[in-house]
Structure formats: structure tokens, C-alpha cells
Design a protein around this ligand. Structure first.
Ligand code: FEO
Ligand code: CA
Ligand code: CA
Length: 639
């Protein structure tokens, strides 16, 4: 383990620091293959020089941009380094809810600066670190389901956070309660948007909520524990990052850095298969929060199979607070970012999913059965085929099926060790796949490849690898060594059918910094300029008009490679022109993550996660992750 303050870093950062994959070396190399490729639009892959942004590549003249100016109904905001949120002129934001605010009246007044709220009420309040979310219309009610990804011990347990660990059983219980998912009704009234306290839809799902395990891994020996010898029931959902929404109105919550909750008070498991899985998924002897010391379920020396019951996509019915969430193991076990659902023309369900770790893969799942509106969907996500992406340098690609024939693994083990199965078929190692977004106005999808500081060769000249030993050499889709900026890949399935196994791809944008790198790949693609630059695209949603909302979770030091890029932000891009404009800046230290719209689409709900600034309560107050509501002052549509 590295000697770091676990309270000062994000879950992604903790995971990378504690499980470094190989030696690091800084060097630049222009990637000729990528430069020479032509995108769908004839040149997004061309690299811009910061000074001539609109003169090369995609943008051949400023008039081309002017023709599309109406697609951006706002004046872009500049970068910011302060402690609050900025939106364009003519727009306003307000707080919807912050960590510690009550979802139930019994928790009124519970939140206090000295305590960060009581243990007793910690599963009755809005949890910590808001992330992916979706809005559902249930009858006349607008209901948001939202993830609580991880905790910041420093602020959640202000009286006892010395080493970033919970410190005692009460502390563990509180952290467990502040994570998971919230389901809450929201309503717009005279005082703007509010959460409806005590709504019959309100619910908190935590690290201890009973879940059902379904699909090919259910009942397998690797899923059985002392408490659940059937391998079909588990407690809790973990590190809920991005999300998804099915066509039948359920919420998909995605378990990402689940590995950090587990540790060992005794010997690590010696079973070869289990140990190999731990190595691939980053499960070590010391957990991030100290759960293993106070809750035996998280002590792998006593419960070696418990980590196999995390790392899944979980389906939740937001219309029924008494329903049991279901872990859908057919969709594979990895560090799930989000789940972007779309129907193939024949009604089969396609789910695109990223595995956010350096050099891990991009996946697609295709159902066996078709979705029939009003039909039985209770097992629709249990039978189907998991595929993994191979991105060729000629801008074609293939979804490789992870079947027993292709992998030599049984179906249950393909699900539980999906990473291993994907390595066996030669998938393309990616620069940390974060959110996938499907364009509702075109047959295409996008994935944020947030960054990968270790792509390329190490000090010894050897190409570095992921935890499975797969090389992270540069390729056309991941074209930069020491990639601190990230890129967004877009693919179009053959035959305009998301069920197709082949596709063409291009890069929608390569983020970069033209003020630091005057030319070359680190300046970014031609649609990046000093006025819209950013690093580390992460959250992404495409609205009903086809505009791409991009949220960042990157280096907000405003120095070095990130000089002039300010705090994390949200931008909006036009898929047709490639133009990107900055819409919002967050408070310092935050990640902007999670986005959904009100039913009338006149309000956007945006998540502000892990601010360091005392946001939104102000000076000397604890920083509180919050959802904000953004409206146009003229109440016009927002997407
Ligand atoms: Fe939770 Fe990869 O972000
Ligand atoms: Ca993310
Ligand atoms: Ca991230």
C-alpha cells in the first residue's frame, strides 16, 4: 500500500495508487497512425495547433461553425478556480439536495458540522458523493434514482478520520449507510425544486440492503458464503458510479471500485483461482475504509468469496420501494462505469458498458430475448451474450463474443472473471473507459476514455500492461503515451443495428492543452482550443436533440499539463460539427458527474461530487456533495 491520505483522493485515484500496474516514464511520441486517419467527418482525428483551431482538420472555415451557432444557445463560460458553480448568462442554478439532507422527516435537523450527521439517521438522509442518476415518471410523480459512490471519511466522520479509516463499528456502519443509492421524489414549486420528504417512493439502498443474484453466476460455488450457502442472495451494492435506465423503467446502478471495501485480518486466500481473480481486480490485504476490521463480511481471510458478489450491474425498480434489487451477473463483473441501454431494431436489448481501469476493456451485452412493451422483463437481463470490443487501427472494430467456446471458461466464470475472459479473446486495452452514451438521434454511441498515464513503454523500454498482462501499446483508438488528457471514441454499428458485431469508429475529440503544447497530439484534436479545453472526460449523456454533454473528472490543479483548464466542468458538443463549448464550471476539488432532466426538460439536474471547497454552504462549512438544478431564466427547453 502507498502511504497516502485516503481521504484526500477519489476512489479512482486510490485504486490506481494502491494497485500500480507498472513503472511509469514520461515521454512524448507523435502517433503517426492516428494523425493519418480520417474520421467519419473527414478529420476529427487531425491534430489542431492551438493557434489555428478553426483552420485545420474538422473546421475548414469559421462560416461552417456559424451555420451551427444556433445549436449552442448560450455564451460559453470561462474556466474558473473558485469555490462555486458557474453557468452561462441567462441560466441559474439552485441546490436540490446535499449530503446529509433528510429524505424522511425523522432525520430533520440531524445534520451537524461537528458530526456530519448521526449514525442512526445515516440511512434516512441523502448519501455522500452523488454520481450517476436517472429521472423516472411514475404516475404523476417525478422520481430520481441516484448513486452515492464512495465516502470522504474526513468530512463524513469529522471527529474520527485520522487515517482515512472508519475507526470503529459505528463509523463503518455510517459509511456503509451513506453509500449505495437514493430513490427520491422531486417536485417543482414556488421555491424551486425540492425533494418530497416522506414520499412513498423515497428509499435508501446501502451496503447492507438485501439483493438477489441472478444470471449465469447465481448459485456458483464462487458466489457462496457462510451466510449465503446458496450463492443467490447478498447484501449491499458498492461504489455505485454511473447508471443506466432500461426501456421498461428500471434503474441500473453500476458497481465500480468494489475492490477497495475488502481487506484481510488474517491470511489472504490461497486458492489459485480466487487469488488470480484478486490480482486482476485489485483486492489486497488492506481495504480503503477499514471495513474488514469491524465487519467480517469484508474480511477476505474469513469470506474469500464475498468480493465475487460485488462488481456487478444491479437492477432496481424505482416504483416499488419494497422491491429487492437484482444483481444481473450476465452483464459481467468488472469495475463498471455506467450502462447505456438501447434497443436493436428487432427488440433485443443492447447494453454498452465501460470497465474503468487503465488498460481494461469496453463491453457490449446483447439479450437473447426481445423486449416487448408491457411484457415480462423480469429475466430479460439474465440471458444473452457478453461481448468485448476490439478496435482495429483501420477504424473498423469487432465485438468479440465471450462464450465458453471462445474462452475455454464456463459461463459462470466468464461472468465472474469477465476481465480474464476478455483477455483471452484479444480485446483492445483502452484508456480507462468511463461513461458510454448512445445518441438517440443517430445510430451511434460514444465512450469517454478518460486518461491513461501508463500507456506505452516503461523505463525498461517494455510496453506496460494491465493487470492481466495485456499490452498497453499505443493504437489508433488510444493514440497517446502518457495520456493525461483523454479522448472520446464514437462507433457506428454495421447495418445501423446495435446488435451487429462489427462497427466503424472514429475519435470525436482528443482533449489536450494547446496553451502548453503548441502542436502535436497533446494539443488535442482540431476541435480543441484555448477557449474550450479540458482534461479527463468522464460523465457523458446525449440529450434528445443529439447534443453531447461531457463532464470532467481530471487534473484541476490549473498547472503543468492542466494549466489554464481550471476546475472540473461540463461542456456540450455538437456531434455533427465537432464543436464543443463550456457550459458549467464546478467548485474546486469537485468532479462534475451525473446528469438528468426534469420531465418537461426545462430543468437539468447535475451532480457536484467531492468538492474541496466549502460548497454549497460557504465559508468554514463542510464541503457537501450536492445535486443542483439548472434552469434557463426564460424557462426554455434545455435539451
Ligand atoms: Fe466512478 Fe470511473 O468513475
Ligand atoms: Ca466516473
Ligand atoms: Ca473518473
Amino acid at each position: 500500500m502507498t502511504d497516502i491520505d485516503a481521504t484526500a483522493i477519489s476512489a479512482d485515484e486510490w485504486d490506481e495508487l494502491n494497485f500500480p500496474r507498472s513503472e511509469e516514464q514520461e515521454f512524448d511520441r507523435v502517433v503517426e497512425r492516428a494523425i493519418s486517419r480520417r474520421g467519419f467527418l473527414g478529420g476529427v482525428l487531425a491534430f489542431g495547433s492551438g493557434a489555428a483551431v478553426m483552420g485545420t482538420g474538422l473546421f475548414n472555415s469559421t462560416s461552417a461553425l456559424a451555420q451551427h451557432a444556433s445549436r449552442f444557445a448560450f455564451k460559453p463560460v470561462p474556466t474558473a478556480t473558485d469555490g462555486t458553480v458557474h453557468v452561462p448568462e441567462g441560466y441559474s442554478w439552485s441546490r436540490l439536495i446535499s449530503w446529509g439532507d433528510p429524505l424522511f422527516a425523522e432525520a430533520d435537523g440531524d445534520f451537524a458540522q461537528e458530526t456530519g450527521g448521526s449514525v442512526e439517521m445515516s440511512d434516512k438522509v441523502f448519501g455522500e458523493n452523488t454520481d450517476g442518476m436517472e429521472l423516472f415518471m411514475i404516475g404523476d410523480a417525478q422520481v430520481i434514482a441516484v448513486n452515492h459512490e464512495y465516502t470522504n471519511t474526513k468530512v463524513n466522520l469529522p471527529a474520527s478520520h485520522a487515517d482515512g479509516k472508519a475507526g470503529d463499528a459505528d463509523g463503518v456502519r455510517k459509511l456503509q449507510n451513506l453509500q449505495g443509492v437514493a430513490v427520491m421524489e422531486v417536485r417543482e414549486g414556488e421555491n424551486g425544486w425540492q425533494v418530497v420528504k416522506d414520499s412513498p417512493f423515497n428509499r435508501r439502498i446501502t451496503h447492507n440492503t438485501p439483493m438477489r443474484i441472478a444470471g449465469p453466476a447465481a448459485g456458483h460455488d464462487l458466489m457462496k458464503t457462510e451466510d449465503d450457502p446458496t450463492g443467490t442472495e447478498s447484501l449491499g451494492t458498492f461504489n455505485n458510479c454511473g447508471a443506466g435506465k432500461t426501456p421498461w423503467g428500471t434503474y441500473l446502478t453500476c458497481e465500480e471500485n468494489f475492490n477497495g471495501y475488502f481487506g484481510a485480518t488474517g491470511e489472504m486466500p490461497s486458492d489459485e483461482k480466487i487469488a488470480a481473480g484478486y490480482q486482476r481486480y485489485g483486492i489486497g490485504a488492506e481495504g480503503r475504509y477499514g471495513y474488514e476490521t469491524f465487519d467480517a463480511r469484508f474480511d477476505v481471510s474469513r469470506n474469500p468469496n464475498e468480493p465475487h458478489r460485488a462488481g456487478w450491474i444491479v437492477e432496481i425498480d424505482p416504483s416499488d420501494p419494497a422491491s429487492t434489487p437484482v444483481k444481473r451477473t450476465a452483464l459481467g463483473r468488472f469495475k463498471h462505469e455506467n450502462a447505456a441501454c438501447v434497443l436493436a431494431p428487432d427488440g433485443r436489448v443492447v447494453v454498452y458498458m465501460g470497465d474503468d481501469e487503465r488498460g481494461e476493456f469496453l463491453y457490449k451485452w446483447l439479450s437473447r430475448d426481445v423486449y416487448v412493451p408491457g411484457g415480462d422483463t423480469s429475466t430479460l437481463l439474465d440471458e444473452g451474450t457478453l461481448y468485448v470490443g476490439k478496435f482495429n487501427d483501420d477504424q473498423t472494430g469487432t465485438w468479440l463474443a465471450l462464450t465458453p467456446e471462445a474462452t475455454g471458461m464456463a459461463a459462470a466464470e466468464i461472468a465472474i472473471f469477465a476481465r480474464t475472459a476478455a483477455s483471452k479473446v484479444g480485446a483492445t486495452t483502452m484508456d480507462r473507459p468511463e461513461w458510454v452514451a448512445v445518441n438517440p438521434t443517430a445510430i451511434e454511441a460514444y465512450c469517454c476514455l478518460t486518461n491513461n498515464s501508463r500507456r506505452g513503454a516503461g523505463d525498461d523500454g517494455e510496453i506496460r500492461t494491465n493487470a492481466g498482462g495485456d499490452a498497453m501499446a499505443v493504437s489508433a483508438v488510444n493514440p497517446r503515451e502518457t495520456n493525461n488528457y483523454g479522448q472520446i471514441v464514437r462507433w457506428r454499428p454495421a447495418g445501423d443495428n446495435h446488435a451487429s458485431s462489427i462497427f466503424e469508429w472514429d475519435l470525436y475529440v482528443m482533449a489536450g492543452n494547446p496553451s502548453v503544447h503548441s502542436e502535436g497530439p497533446y494539443a488535442g484534436s482540431a476541435n480543441i482550443n484555448t477557449g474550450n479545453m479540458f482534461n479527463s472526460p468522464d460523465g457523458m449523456v446525449i440529450d434528445t436533440t443529439g447534443m453531447i454533454w461531457i463532464q470532467t473528472d481530471g487534473d484541476d490543479s490549473n498547472e503543468g499539463d492542466a494549466a489554464g483548464q481550471g476546475n472540473n466542468q461540463m461542456l456540450v458538443g455538437d456531434p455533427a460539427t465537432g464543436e464543443i463549448q463550456r457550459f458549467l464550471t464546478g467548485p474546486f476539488g469537485c468532479e462534475v458527474t451525473g446528469l438528468c432532466w426534469s420531465a418537461d426538460r426545462r430543468t437539468m439536474f447535475v451532480g457536484i461530487q467531492h468538492p474541496d471547497a466549502p460548497f454549497p454552504d460557504g465559508k468554514d462549512m463542510l464541503p457537501r456533495s450536492s445535486i443542483i438544478a439548472i434552469k434557463r431564466d426564460d424557462n426554455a427547453l434545455l435539451g
